[in-house]
Design a protein around this ligand. Sequence first.
Ligand code: PMP
Length: 381
Amino acid sequence: TKKLVMIPGPTPVVRSIQEQMGRETAAFGDPDFVRDFTSLLDDLKSLWKTTGEVFVVAGTGTLGMEMAVANSLRAGDRALVVSHGYFGDRFSELCSRRGIEVDVLASEWGRIVPLEQIERALASKNYQAITVTHVDTSTGVCAPVAEIGQLLRRFPDTLYIVDGVCATAAEPEYVDDMGIDILLTGSQKAFGVPPGLAILWAGPKALARRASLGTIPDYYIDFDKWLPIMHEPAKYFATPAVNLVWALKEAVRLIKEEGLENRYARHRRTARAMQAALEALGFRVLAEADHRAVTLSNLIYPSGADDAAFRRLLAEEGVMVAGGLAAYAGRMFRLGHMGNIDAHDLVATLAAIERAAVRSGIPVELGAGLAVLQRELVRAA
Ligand code: PMP
């Protein structure tokens, strides 16, 4: 059976992007590659609307998180970590290891930290940065990134770091307008590129902060090391992931062809249709209705379901999903529905979920979810 990769990243890679990965690798100084890289960087800046800089470096989302922190904070600084789950918490460890003092505002899984609580914390101490995970992949919660940015206008000394790993290219993000100082993401989720690239936007305030830090202990992730390369990719600092850069360029070409706003709208429609269909089958979405991600759904099983059996049978039916994390291990599965997927993928995925549910003893009515999904797809056409 063909395997559909419907975990929340990596996501299915369409043929034209695969082809870029299969190209003969060029020298990074090859004028054609330099031109491709330069135009990719220009597109990333203009599509995500920043007057600042963009960095594309080999690494994963976690490297992007580390790069954001290393270039904004030093030991002894104070950071406010807003956590809606496992990946929010990751910032806390990442900062404390660097001797940064961390205060964590954590929500109950599935809910957001209320804005008033963030506001109170910001008013209580001087924070050099705040971290917010746009979509926490462990809970499927989407943070109110624009509203937090609005709030931060009253706290100009606090840098706004947003983890867009499970959001960028699917959830609306306008870097300057939302007051985001650093947005970081990875290639393997809503861009639909294989894993291996970290992408990071840094606005003027973030660049000024970097300058104020002087020489930092980090080498590979230092903005100052990469800036000359991002301005002139023919120069050398560390070898760019040539084929991944081409793959990302193709992903961005597809995004421009679709229209970024249309892509946001498509993700919203798709997510709401899948979520309604899965609820009709008796699964419960963990994230509260007003703060649900469009990139993935975290689905709590009806009581008595056997997670291991369900996911094993689902894999047999040709669809890979992810398990629940922490307290939700065994009680939940996580379904990605982002990037360059289409109605065929959605219908095939939901149909396989119905078959695996029945085969593993979860009492669903075959076709009940599909009926909802099909209606939504027709309505959206
Ligand atoms: N942040 C979020 C929200 C994520 O979902 C992930 C990956 N699942 C990461 C950070 C870490 O990214 P990576 O696994 O690419 O290092």
